[in-house]
Design a binder for this molecule. Structure first.
Ligand SMILES: [Zn+2]
Ligand SMILES: [Zn+2]
Length: 243
């Protein structure tokens, strides 16, 4: 829902610490002059401006919940600037939901103004993207399947409640693991702090970064309670990863 959460006046929502201001979850991977975005959130336009993204080369989708897809329309300036379609990658069920949610992109009706230009690519296993290897990591988000993504020594896995053993194998030997940790209280479709700490203890990445954090977790006080190698991520966080 973002922090501050609309209508909420709790200490985290009213915090003056910029790291307690949270837009919806997304990351951009920059390499070889390319920018690959994971999920186009409702905050995509603002996030791309803030990160000074000058081009968009591909979008990978984890799943098709509203907080992960609704910024898709805002890729249009990149279509115009780059004079072409942006490749979009997702699992079959994710692409099916995109087709339903954005019928105007897919209905072939004559458009009187710009609409997003995209090429759909179905993810059915690891694939190469501009010379980098992308390894999809299947997980469960309640009863719905989601994908995380591994790039070299880093992986991004948001919106999950259970990681099957076959996927844990794909998540070993990481330098940086960015993962869902919504809050302390258990949630039917999200990993909480305790569950995510257990997963980190099992997979042993060098560093773990919690994301998709709700207003229950203040930045400074939560970090003080976490192990040294586990930190809350924050908007604008950047680091280098070995591809
Ligand atoms: Zn979700
Ligand atoms: Zn989400």
């Amino acid at each position: 829902m973002g922090v501050p959460t609309l209508g909420c006046h709790c200490v985290v929502c009213e915090s003056a610490d910029p790291r307690d201001k949270r837009t919806r979850p997304s990351v951009v991977l920059g390499f070889g002059g390319r920018n690959v975005v994971i999920d186009t959130t409702p905050d995509f336009r603002y996030q791309a401006m803030r990160a000074k993204i000058d081009r968009l080369d591909a979008v990978l989708y984890t799943h098709a919940h509203a907080d992960h897809i609704l910024g898709l329309d805002d890729i249009r300036p990149f279509n115009l600037k780059q004079r072409g379609a942006v490749p979009i990658y997702g699992a079959p069920e994710t692409l099916a939901t995109l087709r339903r949610q954005f019928t105007y992109i897919f209905d072939d009706a004559p458009a009187e103004s710009t609409i997003p230009l995209i090429d759909l690519h179905t993810i059915d296993g690891p694939f190469d993207l501009f010379g980098a290897r992308v390894i999809p990591i299947p997980a469960m988000h309640g009863s719905q399947p989601v994908l995380g993504f591994r790039f070299g020594k880093a992986a991004y896995l948001t919106d999950f409640s259970r990681v099957p053993e076959s996927s844990k194998t794909l998540l070993r030997g990481l330098d940086d693991f960015i993962l869902d940790a919504l809050r302390y209280v258990p949630h039917p479709t999200h990993s909480n702090v305790e569950q995510s700490l257990a997963l980190v203890a099992d997979l042993k990445p060098k560093r773990a970064w919690f994301t998709h954090i709700c207003h229950d977790l203040g930045h400074v006080e939560t970090n003080a309670r976490l192990p040294e190698n586990v930190r809350l991520a924050y908007d604008g966080l950047t680091f280098e990863v070995g591809l």
